[in-house]
Design a protein around this ligand. Sequence first.
Ligand SMILES: Cc1ncc(COP(=O)(O)O)c(C=O)c1O
Length: 355
Amino acid sequence: MGHCIATANGSAALLVALEALDVGVGDEVVVPGLTWVANASAVVRANAVPILVDIDPETLCLSVEATRRALSSRTRAICPVHLYSSMADMDAFRALAAEAGVSLVEDCSQAHGAAWRDARAGTLGTVGVFSMQQTKVLTAGEGGAVITASPELARRLEQLHADGRMFRPPTQVTGELELAEIGEVMGANLALSEVEAALLLEGLTRLEDENRTRERNARRLDAALGELPGVTPVRCLPGQTRRSYYHYVLRVDVRRFGWSDVGRLTAMLSAELGFPAERVYRPLNDHPLYRPATKRTTALSDSYRAAIDPARFHLPECERAHAEVVSFHHRLLLGDERDMDDVIRAFHKVWEHLG
Ligand SMILES: Cc1ncc(COP(=O)(O)O)c(C=O)c1O
């Protein structure tokens, strides 16, 4: 992509990406209803309106058709998030964004190293956004980045994340700051530290090998666990040529066991595995951490408050995923074949006793 602006975290990356694209008052940004809260809260921080849109049940990523229906004359950007282990349909989103004349903010916080038709995740949108927070497959404890091919956007991004300053060529004067005060756009201090950058550069040398280990183990689990009654591993679309795993996710037909959701199942699996089995995110229209009205900074007007009210969105597939999908953090996939056999045995034991 040519340009990478390293930020303090993924939330900051999302914010400066939106600001660089000039998203602001009166604009709408399409965000999936199933994702981390930062995707919606960054839009609110930019004083724009997040339009929460339902997911494709196959991949758990933003639905192309639901996005098409949500577009309006105020839409300024679409933010597909590559969730857990699947990429959003980037052929369709690129075509849709071009047709609608809006920007594409590709969130790859959960997809470091994934690829769509052999192009790396992050290179397919107007900008690609990453988080390197501690649970991610590439991490420095905290960290983020925005990548772009556009020199104009990179210039804005650099200033937006450094209080309006930009790097100048290394100075010959010892101790002199290498930042020039440009001020074409007002920024904030949202920069990554050099210590974190050093950790990330080291982590990058391991990423490819670790991604291959996770991919190999996930395939082994898919084959074995997909045989269990009611279990369907979440798939990726044919356009995704490399899969990376932030979480390993399986859909379970809970109704055949007489349950309304996977809550009891995750407790049983966690106990048997000694490793947490989790439910996927609560949909953003009913998420305890996505409450824009709890901050007076969002009280711009009554109509703005009404527009950002998460409860006004209807997200049936996000709700179904929250009820039916079981999720495991990627470190489950970093073991060897015997570890995967332990996982498979634990599932079999739980399934034998489900009745
Ligand atoms: C999809 C997605 N976007 C953005 C973020 C925000 O990143 P950070 O926690 O580094 O601010 C996260 C973090 O969990 C994420 O998963």
